[in-house]
Design a protein. Structure first.
Length: 99
């Protein structure tokens, strides 16, 4: 009786073992693809954020370029004072060091 029970269990397990083996083979072959897909999605998100940041910087630079081309006196004075630390003749510049 024990041998018959073992034979029946082995017969019933063969399809299950074959299915598990097939699933393992599929996972082995496709596993790398899923990892690659996940990596590519992360890379795409990173590049999308970087592209948005570069678009924003581009727009800001175009706006500055337009103001410089128009030779707006107020904007030119602002640039001269903030970026080049220039003062008008007769002006005294005060610098305060904050600790």
């Amino acid at each position: 009786m024990t041998q018959e029970l073992t034979d029946v269990l082995l017969k019933n397990k063969k399809p299950l073992l074959l299915a598990l083996a097939a699933a393992a083979v599929v996972i082995l072959f496709l596993g790398g693809s899923f990892v690659s897909l996940a990596h590519n999605k992360l890379e795409l998100r990173k590049l999308t954020r970087q592209s948005a940041q570069l678009d924003k910087e581009h727009d800001e630079l175009l706006a500055k370029k337009d103001l410089l081309e128009k030779e707006d006196p107020a904007y030119l004075e602002h640039i001269a004072r903030t970026e080049y630390h220039l003062v008008k003749p007769g002006e005294t510049e005060f610098r305060f060091h904050v600790k």
